[in-house]
Design a protein around this ligand. Structure first.
Ligand SMILES: [Zn+2]
Length: 329
């Protein structure tokens, strides 16, 4: 539902309450061209509390399911310990913090009232998509090419997923050129339940070697702007991949949380992008930039077999955590 203007006055609209399956309605306000709700109302609806940690700047909401930290005028939030990019900056209005309705629907609700699969459609078949290949080497660092290492990582992730009981397929298993539209199409043809694209990152310029960490991307919600450097704008509408906004986020969040909890990788957060593979996915999908080839600290995780296997295991654990949530009884 959208708030309505009446004779130039803001009229509160009612939004579905976000948390804990509560059925209360939350009053909304229209700020900066977007629907917002009072953060305190959302906290209360979920049986939690809001506390300012830095007056008028930073606050945290504690719910039975964990602590959610926000910063005024910022799209960065730390949700149960994991960095997340919101679609709308948190706003301060009349002394009260407000959170974008779009973020209740696409970020916070999926964590506090997670989506659930139909009992007859559990997560079973995962398509892994090692980025690049063939003519496209991907990122390069010191003569090493991303395409080779993401293929190694994908095979390790696949082997571990197989041991965990999943059916696994790949968009490529050799060093072959694969056009971008093919990747989501392969996942669709195989009838995959999830599509996980695997990449390694690189940085350039002064200080590049200090840039490190893992980041996981999911599809940008309709009419929001992406968080990646390309930063496609807020003008974009809904794509195929937006059908799964809640599950996309939950999948990316679980993978990102698992990588940063189970390895010593820095947390660069759950990010948003309209990458073609995410835009066109006809099942929940995430894209993992697992480490920086240009960071000495991260490079070990890419080139050292034992450390790369640990990274693979953390990605698998994230997928397993996602499955447990969406396939719960
Ligand atoms: Zn890549």
């Amino acid at each position: 539902m959208k708030p309505v203007y009446l004779l130039g006055l803001l009229v509160a609209a009612l939004f579905a309450a976000p948390a804990q399956g509560a059925s209360q309605k939350l009053p909304g306000v229209f700020l900066f061209g977007r629907d917002y709700v009072r953060a305190e109302d959302w906290a209360r609806a979920g049986g939690g509390t809001l506390r300012w940690t830095v007056p008028r700047q930073e606050f945290q909401i504690t719910l039975p399911s964990g602590t959610f930290k926000f910063t005024v005028d910022s799209r960065r939030a730390v949700l149960r310990g994991t960095e997340v990019w919101l679609s709308a900056p948190v706003a301060l209005r009349n002394g009260s913090a407000h959170i974008g309705h779009i973020d209740l629907v696409t970020v916070l609700n999926p964590l506090t009232s997670p989506p659930r699969n139909l009992a007859n459609r559990p997560v079973r078949h995962i398509v892994l998509d090692p980025g690049h290949g063939g003519r496209d080497p991907g990122k390069m660092s010191g003569g090493r090419q991303e395409k080779h290492y993401v293929l190694l990582l994908a095979k390790e992730v696949g082997e571990l997923l197989g041991k965990a009981g999943f059916k696994v397929s790949y968009t490529r298993t050799t060093d072959t050129t694969l056009e971008l539209p093919e990747r989501a199409a392969i996942a669709r043809r195989r009838g995959a339940d999830l599509l996980v694209s695997l990449h390694f990152n690189s940085a350039a310029g002064p200080g590049a070697s200090a840039i490190q960490g893992a980041e996981t991307y999911c599809m940008t919600p309709a009419r929001a702007s992406s968080s990646n450097a390309g930063g496609e704008g807020a003008g974009a509408g809904a794509f195929q991949g937006n059908r799964f906004d809640a599950k996309n986020f939950l999948l990316a969040y679980q993978i990102q949380t698992s990588i940063t909890c189970r390895t010593t990788s820095d947390d660069r957060g759950v990010n948003r992008a309209r990458f073609q593979v995410l835009r066109e996915a006809e099942m929940p999908a995430a894209l993992v930039e697992a480490a920086f080839m240009t960071s000495p600290a991260d490079a070990r995780r890419i080139y050292d077999g034992a450390l790369r296997r640990q990274l693979a295991q953390s990605i698998v654990d994230g997928i397993v955590a996602y499955k447990r949530i969406v396939d719960r009884k």
